[in-house]
Ligand binder design. Structure first.
Ligand SMILES: [Fe+2]
Length: 284
């Protein structure tokens, strides 16, 4: 019997990679990196062998898609923000059997889902950034296998993504894996206009979004997930949810309808290039 050992909403801002490099931005995302390292440490302590990541940088136009290759290896440069992430090397084992199980369980619930084991289907940085820090300094024998799920679901219904999350939970239970589930995406996501990009490197673009994010995190701290689920479509719409906030919808499905446990905020909300970011654990 498999188990979900840890569930979290995590940032993946590319300024974390800049934070590692010498120069003007060195150290600027130290707290976010520390949050990732702590999440990885706890997952391993809880016996996780797989990291399942809902990646809001993997855009799909139809269907739900799982990248469950045998192995992921390469050197990544972001085509979206090449001045932030360049030549980032990665090397992770995959977990095809878990991906296949999720697809089978979702399709059984009439959620059209495809699992892919295609060598040339690469990972996006919504997966690569958290995996980088959650594996940094970790011995090879303690590395997690990686499965990535597309969570920039351009034409999908948020309620279907919640149901997809419920199917993921059932699939994990019948698997042989202990799984860390990560919703990799922002809170609000109104990028700054080009003319304000540098000034807003560590800020929100709009006060409206900042206030909404503060309120949402307060609801999470109080365990008010029933209310949060009700407001998610409007929050995603009015605050430019990253990938339509389908990562968050899937995570709510994984947690279940009755979930009401106060969240643990590991990295307090912060502004990054105009967007709102966080690392938060949802205790199980
Ligand atoms: Fe992003």
């Amino acid at each position: 019997m498999g188990e979900i050992v840890l569930a979290a909403k995590v940032t993946h801002v590319p300024s974390m990679y800049l934070s590692e490099q010498p120069g003007q931005h060195h150290g600027c995302r130290a707290e976010a990196i520390a949050g990732h390292k702590e999440i990885g440490r706890r997952a391993r302590e809880l016996g996780a062998d797989v990291a399942l990541v809902f990646d809001t940088h993997w855009l799909v136009n139809s269907g739900y898609h799982i990248n469950c290759s045998n192995h992921f290896e390469g050197i990544y440069t972001s085509n979206e923000l090449p001045h932030f992430i360049q030549d980032m090397a990665y090397n992770y084992a995959g977990c095809p059997d878990l991906g296949e199980l999720i697809a089978t369980e979702a399709n059984r619930s009439d959620i059209r889902t495809m699992a892919h084991n295609i060598k040339s289907l690469k990972l996006e940085y919504g997966t690569l950034v958290p995996m980088r820090y959650m594996h940094m300094g970790v011995p090879e024998e303690q590395a997690l296998k990686v499965v990535s799920i597309a969570a920039w679901d351009a034409w999908h219904d948020l309620n279907e993504s919640i149901k997809f999350g419920e199917a993921i939970r059932r699939a994990i239970k019948v698997s042989n894996h202990n799984v860390m589930v990560l919703a990799s995406g922002s809170l609000s996501h109104r990028f700054s206009d080009n003319s304000d990009a540098m000034e807003n490197m560590h800020r929100w673009t709009r006060e409206f979004d900042r206030q909404m994010d503060i309120r949402v995190v307060e609801m999470w701290r109080q365990g008010h997930f029933k209310e949060f689920r009700t407001m998610l479509p409007e929050y995603a719409q009015h605050c430019y949810g990253e990938g339509g906030m389908h990562d968050t919808a899937m995570l709510l499905g994984v947690l279940g309808e009755e979930y009401d446990t106060p969240a643990e905020i590991l990295t307090e909300p912060f502004g990054s290039s105009g967007t709102g970011q966080i690392n938060a654990i949802f205790p199980l």
